[in-house]
Design a protein around this ligand. Sequence first.
Ligand code: SAH
Ligand code: F3S
Length: 447
Amino acid sequence: MTKLHLITYGCQMNEYDSERVAGLLRDCAYELTDDQRDADVIIVNTCAIREKAEDKVFSTLGQLRLLKAKKPGLVVGVMGCMAQLRQDEIVRRAPVVDLVFGSPAIARVGELVERARKAQRPIVETGEGPLVKITAKPAGTSRLKAYVTVMEGCEKHCTFCVVPTTRGRERSHPPETIVAEIRGLVAEGCREVTLLGQTVNAYGRDLTPATDLAELFSRVNEVDGLTRIRFTTSNPYNLTPKLVRAFRDVPKVCEWFHLPLQSGSNLLLERMNRGYTRERYLALIDELRDAVPDVSLSTDLIVGFPGETESDFAATLDVVERVRYDNAFVFRYSRRPGTPAATMPDQVPDEVKAERNARLLTLTTRLAAERSQRLLGRTVEVLVDGVSRKAAAELSGRTRCNRVVNFDGRGRVRVGDLAAVTIMDVLPHSLRGTLAVEAEEAVCLSR
Ligand code: SAH
Ligand code: F3S
C-alpha cells in the first residue's frame, strides 16, 4: 500500500480538512503513517494567519527536502491557506514541493496526487470550486469528538485578516447534509460535535430557504446518541437575541462561548472593521450571562494593531477585566500581505507588542485562575475521553465548559460515558476530581 503522512498546522478547520484528505486518500488505497520517513506522499496543511505560522511551514519544507534527497520518489504536497495565498512563493522557494492545492480542490485530492506522482513539474490547483461536503473519517478508529464544518469562508474583511482571501466567500452547507454527517459520526461512536465556521453564527443566510445557527442547533440536538454540541467561532456582529435564546434552551449545546473581542478600544475596533463597539460587545456579554449565568467565556485579543496607543491598550485591559474570561488567546499583530492594516501608518514596534502581550497575558491568566475557583467543590458532568496523561490510574475528560478534568474513576466508568465528578482541586491547566456517583448511576447519566 502507498503510505501517506499528514502534517497539520493551524485551526480546527485545518484539522478537519486533513481528516477529509486522509479519508479520501484511504479510499484510493493510501494508508496513513505517523512516521514521515516511511511515507510515499507527505502533505503539509498550512496556516497563513500570522507570519510565524508561515515561517514554520517553510522550515518544515526545508526538512522535507533532506528527506526527499534520500527518497527521490517522495511526493510532497502543500494545502491550506498558504497554498491559496502564496502558491508562487512556495513553488519558487521550496522546489521540494510537487503539488499545491487549495481547499476547493480537496474533493479531487486522489486525482491530484496521482498526477503529481507522474508530472515533471509542480501541479498548482488553487482556483475556486464548488462547495462539496466530504465527511471527515479517520482510519478505523471511532472518535468521541469530531469537528464538523458547517460553512466555509468569511466575508467580514477585518482589516488585519487574510482569511477572506484564503478561504473565499461565505458558503453554508445545507442543514440536511450536516445532520446526515453527524448521524454517521454518531453511528461510529461520536458523542460530541463542534460545528465549525469562521463566522459560524452567520450560518445559513446564503442558503435558500435561508436558515440560521439557532435552527441548526435544534436539528442537531435531535440526533439520538449525540450528547454535546459546541460551535466556533462566533462574531459579535452577528450575535442575535435568537441565537442567545437557542444557546440557553437547546439542551445539548454546551455552556461555553468563544467571542473574539480583538480590542477594547472603539477607535481600533473601527480601524479593524469589526462592526461593533466596546459598549455593544459588553452588552452582548451581559445578554449571554443573563441567559446562561454559568457560561464560560473565551476570546481572541490582538496587541499592537497599527496605531495602538497606550490608552487603546488600556481600554483592552479594561474590557478584559470587566468580562473576566475563562480563557483568552492573545496574539501580537502580524502584518499580512494584501490586507489593509499591513499598509496602515504607525505600525507598532516589536518590543512594544512583546511588552503588551506579556501584560495582557498576566491579566488573562490571573482572571482565568480566579474563574476556575468557582468550580471547586462542584459536581460537574464530564465526558470521559481517555486515560489521564500524567497518572495512568486516572481517567480524563472534559466538562461542558470545556475544562480538562482528571479523576479516579478507572474501572468504574468507561471512555464515552458521561460521569458526575466532584471537583477537589483546581490547577492552572486542569481540574482534579473524584467520581461523585457510583458506576451504574454514572453510566445512566450517559444513556
Ligand atoms: N473568524 C474568527 C477569527 C479567525 S482567525 C473571528 O471571527 O474573529 C483567529 C484569530 O487570529 C483572530 O480572532 C485574531 O485574534 C487572530 N488574528 C487574525 N489575523 C491576525 C493577524 N494578522 N495578526 C495577529 N492576529 C491575528
Ligand atoms: Fe478574519 Fe474577521 Fe473573518 S478575523 S475570519 S475576517 S471575521
